[in-house]
Design a protein around this ligand. Structure first.
Ligand code: HEC
Length: 262
């Protein structure tokens, strides 16, 4: 983690104008210096190796796309198509699959508490931190060649621009035009690669404003909440497709997470 902090500080050192212009940039710099991302990664390692479920085994043989138990580069290659389930999966969906198949846990039990709180992070959150950390510095390369990967991208793109709910919002209502913001938060135009790249390549992330480690699925849920839409189903095809669309838009960017967000 020290290298992340170092390189981020270095980037800011070369952008003094930006740091001066924006109090938010300065705030981010200060927050980065004291973020406890490593602690979540350590807790994640423990969760990865912990024997549990009816079969009393760990997740260590979970195949995240690079072979059973291979963590290096796994996150940077997701979402991708998996032959054994015949569908595109992102990290969290694949982890749920491993919990159910390897450990014999039920979907209900494994998803009972996917989002934790400031006192107690969830298993999914710490696992995401641990696994994503093994892709640090590697280019984001989600799957794009399989027919189902292409279909996922298209569905995700459609969902991004699809207006619905009581306010008739789409993702693009907030993330579709330059220079929009809500209070101090800038609203990034996420369908543009140059905007999406540095942001998507830093999830999952520690969120300073509420001292919690947050997953990509949480980000999707919270934006749907802001759209006054019902809470999305964990690991659903729609959610995976949306994450896939965002990740393909950001592809090629070296992964720099788990990082710090506002
Ligand atoms: C009502 C406005 C609104 C809508 C609609 C909305 N978002 Fe957001 N979104 C936000 C805000 C505000 C933030 C930034 C929060 C912050 O600064 O922490 C954000 C942040 C994000 C981020 C993180 C960017 C980063 O900094 O890394 C992603 C990814 C994202 N939204 C995706 C989506 C997607 C996908 C949809 C559609 C399902 C969506 N949003 C719909 C308001 C919205």
């Amino acid at each position: 983690m020290r290298t992340v902090i170092g390189s981020a500080a270095l980037a800011l050192a070369f952008a003094p104008a930006l740091a001066q212009q924006s109090p938010y940039a300065e705030y981010q710099r200060m927050a980065r210096e004291s973020a406890p991302v490593e602690l979540f990664e350590l807790a994640g390692e423990e969760a990865w190796k912990k024997k549990q479920g009816p079969k009393n085994v760990s997740l260590e043989q979970c195949d995240l796309g690079q072979g059973p138990g291979v963590l290096k580069g796994a996150y940077a290659s997701l979402p991708r198509y998996f032959k054994d389930t015949d569908r595109v999966m992102d990290l969290e969906t694949r982890l749920l699959h491993c919990m159910m198949t390897l450990q014999g846990r039920s979907r209900e039990e494994a998803t009972k508490r996917v989002f934790g709180n400031a006192d107690n992070a969830s298993e999914m959150e710490v696992l995401s931190a641990y696994i994503a950390g093994h892709s640090h510095g590697m280019p984001m390369r989600p799957g794009t060649s399989h027919a189902k990967e292409k279909a996922a991208y298209q569905l995700g793109q459609k969902l991004f621009f699809h207006r619905a709910g009581s306010w008739d919002f789409s993702c693009a209502s907030c993330h579709g035009e330059e220079d929009k913001r809500i209070r101090m938060s800038g609203l990034p135009v996420l369908y543009k690669p140059q905007v999406a790249r540095p942001l998507i390549a830093t999830w999952p992330a520690y969120r300073v404003s509420n001292s919690q480690f947050k997953t990509m699925q949480w980000r999707m849920n919270d934006c749907y909440r802001q759209m006054r839409m019902p809470e999305p189903m964990f690991g659903s095809e729609a959610m995976v497709s949306l994450v896939h669309f965002l990740t393909v838009t950001a592809q090629g960017e070296p992964y720099r997470g788990p990082a710090i967000k506002r």
